[in-house]
Design a binder for this molecule. Structure first.
Ligand SMILES: [Zn+2]
Length: 290
């Protein structure tokens, strides 16, 4: 079976959670590999097995190299392994004892590694994953290598998810749209948002920058979360991971921090065999304020 048809079949399993991003009507999955709504808006699955539901072209700052670096470092070093375990534990609490799968949507999924790893942690449970990102370069990689979720290129502001259809939203180091999250979440569903703590990738920031980018405050992001969602839990994750030289290179490649650093500082940072890198993430867990 082609990856295109495989992708469409995975989407058919969660079709009740999808809607047409143009008119908002329910969509069906056609046998030949496309989403179709009653008003004839149609979205073909690509040969890699993802579907592009953007209603207008988007341009982003990300590129394939960044997504590949992110994937490698996550799979090789376990940089985010404690986060994946914690997220899976939080999702387990909201999965439903029904025949229909509980649906986990990763909003801003990039190259899909976080969602893939969380789904692996949840192995055996009746869950279905859907990853959405506006960056096609990321979603293409996700669909190419991970065959355990529905991968969509789309804009959260014109979301392909139906009202009340999602049991857990993952939103990892990525922008939020709380009105959309509120609309999408099923009763009892929860938002799990990962925000960087002040010491996130401290060693990298301190090596590359001498200005205010050396530190980071998540106060504003958390304030925004609390205005829109009732926070039920906060899980602070604090740990270090030892990275080798190749992984340090990937770390520099994968992070938007590296967009405009001093090239000499990058060289110095990469001129070490290993380094302990600090990961500080706050997991904000919440429900819509209704
Ligand atoms: Zn439509």
């Amino acid at each position: 079976m082609s990856k295109r048809i495989e992708g469409a079949r995975r989407a058919a399993r969660i079709v009740h959670a999808l809607k047409c991003p143009v008119c908002g009507n329910p969509v069906g999955v056609e046998d030949e590999g496309r989403l179709l709504c009653p008003e004839n808006h149609s979205f073909d699955f690509a040969k890699q097995g993802y579907v592009n539901v953007l209603t207008r072209p988007a341009c982003g700052h990300y590129n394939k190299e960044l997504f590949e670096a992110r994937r490698r470092i996550m799979l090789d070093s376990g940089l985010y392994a404690p986060f994946h375990e914690a997220a899976a534990d939080l999702i387990r609490e909201v999965t439903l004892p029904t025949d229909l799968p509980s649906i986990i949507a990763d909003i801003g999924c990039g190259e899909g590694t976080h969602l893939h790893r969380v789904l692996e942690e949840l192995g055996g449970l009746n869950v279905a994953g859907a990853g959405l990102d506006i960056a096609k370069e990321g979603v293409q990689l996700a669909a190419r290598d991970f065959h355990d979720a529905v991968w969509l290129v789309g804009d959260l502001a014109q979301s392909p998810f139906a009202d009340g259809s999602i049991h857990a939203i993952l939103n990892i180091l990525s922008p939020s749209n709380y009105d959309e999250f509120t609309r999408m979440l099923a009763p009892g569903g929860r938002l799990i948002k990962a925000v960087p703590g002040a010491g996130y990738l401290r060693e990298l920031r301190e090596a590359l920058y001498s200005d205010e980018r050396r530190t980071y405050s998540n106060e504003e992001t958390i304030g925004l979360f609390d205005r829109h969602f009732r926070r039920t839990e906060t899980i602070p994750l604090r740990y270090t991971v030892r990275l080798g030289r190749a992984q340090l290179e990937d770390l520099v490649r994968m992070t938007p921090l590296s967009w405009s650093p001093d090239p000499k500082a990058v060289t110095t940072f990469l001129d070490q065999e290993t380094a302990d890198i600090t990961v500080e993430l706050d997991l904000l867990v919440g429900e819509p304020r209704v």
